[in-house]
Design a protein around this ligand. Sequence first.
Ligand code: HEC
Length: 467
Amino acid sequence: MAPLPYYPVNTFGPLMKGMVIGGVGILHVFLAQFAIGGGMLLCYFERLAQRGREADARKLVDGYFQILVLVSFVIGALTGVAMWFTTIQVGARTIGLMVDQFHWLWATEWVCFSVEVVAGYAFVRAGKRLSDRARLSLLGLYAVASWLSLFFINGILAWQLTPGRYLDGGGMWAGFFNPSFWPSLFYRTAVAMVLAALAACIVINSLDLPREPPAGGSEAARRAALIRRASRFAIPMIAMPLLGVWYFLVLPADSRAWLLGGSTPMTMFVGIAIGSSLLIGAYVLFGLVVKRLYVNAASAALLVALAFGATAAGEFVREGARKPYTVRGVLYSNSITPAEVAELRRTGVTANDPYPLRDDARYPTEQLRRGAKVERALCDACHTINGANSLVELTRTWTDDQLGQNIAKLQRTKGFMPPFAGNAEDVEAIGQLLRWEAAGTPAAWPDTTDPKTLQQIAKWLEEAGTK
Ligand code: HEC
């Protein structure tokens, strides 16, 4: 029997599903990486303070922690919940598969997160009253727990892109320690440290540093000393180019080809991610570390914004490089498995679709309604009708033959699309839907049931194959 489409079936208007999850995901990843780097940075400054190496280090630790907790516990937790909320609407089957394969590891990640929350909360409430040892232990616990949560979630996300030996029956651990596990873990750790250091530069500018004899120098000099320490903490970023190359080399060859010009948007985003990272790197290493420049709060905020841009572009590329899969080799982006395509070719993709269409009354004919269901089942993950990556615009200038052939041979039209998982009537129905939408949704639209056309489409489907 043909598989049912997964519930909930939802659309987000002109916003592409992939963009909705991508948008929430980028924000969440950015905040989470900041929180992880923050824990490490605070350990570093607390040690400086306890060894008497940096007079104002403790002020930074206490000031920074307030912000860290606010950002990571409030906004980080909210966007984390938003991730679950959107992901079950956008890719219920993908997230279901991920939970199914990795539930124990995921549960471990949650334990780490809970430890992080408890340690963080305890530090905020009691940190100022604790002994040096207890302070450092609590900060250490916070830092280790948050880095471990990265360790676990990183394996699960990397598995989606490069499942490696998991595909040959290697099981959970082979999936977890997959080819991009280590480059991605180290790269993200370096990013986390840079983000934390940049955020520290903002906090340092907002610290209240009254002159405290006998140690107190001028206020500007004391801030500059803290900035120098923070910028040194960002030095691991010199490993990022190498880690980036390593990451790139473990990608499958087709994904690599898209990044290198095969897909212009992807190549541009790679360029933006590399360009902004190099700018930040040059500023921090040459400006702050070598030349010992001072950075004020506004400029530091601008650097953080640039880092956000680099993160967004990088995450976009990582998500995009996975197409046409959400789990490479296992599940296509439209929640259909490679093995199900052949069956859906026979039954048609709408045969078992029990869900009503949104705005059902909009469509004047059954064929157009079918087209809308086909679009929802097979294309909606990466396209919309009239909004982002609009199907109407992509096909507006095509002849009927081009339309039929390119949809029937979808995986040959562009390598980042899955094979068409429906029958000839489905191809014709979505083709008519696109024509009707392009014509401005007129009230009457003729059915096209010419057997010759359907035969031709069936032949194209046959030629394209199901892989
Ligand atoms: C895995 C994501 C994904 C899925 C699923 C998907 N597409 Fe695409 N499609 C893309 C991307 C990405 C492009 C490239 C857009 C561009 O070049 O601007 C594209 C391009 C196209 C184009 C233009 C091709 C060209 O050569 O100009 C058409 C037509 C198209 N898709 C139709 C469809 C239809 C119809 C479906 C559903 C049956 C579908 N796509 C499913 C990702 C997808």
